[in-house]
Design a protein around this ligand. Structure first.
Ligand code: SF4
Ligand code: SF4
Length: 419
């Protein structure tokens, strides 16, 4: 019963021909050179789970250390759907470990995932965290060096503290005769921490003649729930979002967070065994567009002017999961005055990966150090990305090195250029 999710993906597991072509693409293999930290090794461990008894602590550790970045999928000649495999394995592990979790850790996990899924609770949590910053407690802790006294996990959370002081999302007025109607996914962390990025995205869309319609019942995309192995929660959120966006009756659902976009595009697969929702989920997923993908299609050839020496970092869930690499670069090349300097290994994970930078701090730090080195080597004065998790992680890495390089979302750059 527990391993049913792995049985569902067994054909995908058996698709692996053990060729090893994925090894060098895998960030955890790159830093450890261990077979058990490679996609091929992890598939082998999943097959062992399928064939014999409860998961060992060692197997769990190697699977937990997977970033779910899906770099391995892109290079696999056999089409192994690795993203589905790791999610199924994590669902099994979450089910097995649920009874063994301490009362407090179980409650905290449920609370955190529950808050993300409930916009009013999230707004209250953001208000409290915003006070921590506005009342000067954060500055005081940093000025006195007291953050060094925090336990390691809390210290990491503190360093990755989202920018709660940024302006909230404000929808622009619709253009008089819109070319299309779209709804913007507001999400969870993006909604409370990067409202101004949503505003920038919506403003650019409006300038291109697109009406941005409100979808008030929308909620968190469920990506963090799925990655944590809480598949039923992720499915419940998918149903809520499909109903919310169907209600808004739009041509496209536009997403400016790469991880959320990949999750929304996967709703068809997530609800494939749900007779009541399968068809709606497939139709919904076909309407989802990443904001880079959509703007590259509809925007004009010139997108304003901005004097900036910038480098672009590919979010894993944009480059690997959605195959979107060319469009953000293409959009940035339409900005007059912007010099784009390619960094080395731009599409290798920065170590953010959902909650990975909190649960696997050692590996996350090693990947972040490599990313920061690559950014600094370009000599750019801004780094551009398209996912809030990457932006937070890179910002924390740059500040820890004393760098003042600006971290921006693609739509912020375009909005500045056009404005
Ligand atoms: S590239 Fe694909 S088939 Fe080859 S070892 Fe990796 S997962 Fe298996
Ligand atoms: S998803 Fe990323 S970290 Fe995990 S096995 Fe594939 S390449 Fe490695």
């Amino acid at each position: 019963m527990t391993i049913a999710p792995l049985h569902e993906v067994e054909p995908g597991l058996r698709q692996c021909i053990h060729c090893g072509m994925c090894l060098e693409a895998c960030p955890t293999y790159q830093i450890t050179r261990l077979e058990t930290e490679s996609p091929r090794g992890r598939i082998h461990l999943m097959l062992n789970m399928l064939e014999g008894g409860p998961t060992s602590d060692t197997t769990r550790l190697h699977l937990d250390r997977c970033l779910a970045c899906r770099a391995c999928e892109v290079v696999c000649p056999s089409g192994v759907p690795y993203g589905h495999l790791i999610e199924a394995a994590r669902t099994v592990i979450a089910t097995e470990t649920r009874p063994r979790r301490g009362w407090l850790s179980g409650r905290l996990r449920r609370l955190a995932l529950g808050v993300l899924a409930d916009p009013p609770s999230l707004a209250r949590a953001a208000l409290i965290l915003g006070l921590y910053q506005r009342l000067g407690v954060r500055s005081l802790l940093h000025a006195t060096g007291a953050t060094r006294l925090l336990p390691r996990g809390l210290r990491r959370l503190e360093a990755l503290y989202p920018p709660f002081g940024r302006p909230r999302y404000r929808a622009p007025s619709p253009p008089p005769a819109p070319r299309a109607r779209v709804a913007l996914l507001l999400g969870c962390v993006m909604r409370v921490a990067y409202g101004d990025v949503h505003t920038a995205a919506a403003r650019i869309l409006a300038r291109q003649g697109i009406a941005v319609i409100d979808a008030p019942a929308q909620t968190c995309c469920g990506a963090l729930h799925a990655h944590a192995g809480e598949r039923e929660d992720a499915r419940a959120l998918a149903r809520r979002n499909i109903a919310a966006f169907d209600e808004a009756d739009v041509d496209w659902v536009v997403v400016d967070a790469a991880g959320c976009g990949a999750q929304l595009k996967g709703y068809g697969a997530l609800l494939a065994d749900d007779d009541a929702w399968r068809e709606r989920a497939v139709a919904f997923a076909a309407k989802v567009r990443d904001v880079n993908e959509y703007l590259a299609e509809i925007a004009g050839e010139r997108l304003g002017r901005l004097d900036l020496r910038a480098t672009y970092q590919d979010p894993c869930h944009l480059a690997h999961a959605q195959g979107i690499r060319k469009q953000p670069r293409d959009l940035l090349s339409r900005v007059h005055g912007l010099e784009l300097l390619e960094m080395a290994d731009a599409d290798v994970c920065c170590g953010s990966a959902g909650s990975y930078n909190i649960t696997q701090p050692e590996y996350a730090d090693r990947l972040l150090a490599r990313k920061v080195d690559a950014i600094l080597a370009t000599g750019a004065n801004a780094v551009i990305s398209a996912n809030p998790g990457c932006m937070l992680q890179i910002e924390a890495g740059l500040r820890a090195r004393g760098s003042r390089i600006e971290v921006l979302h693609v739509v912020e750059v375009l909005d500045r250029a056009i404005s």
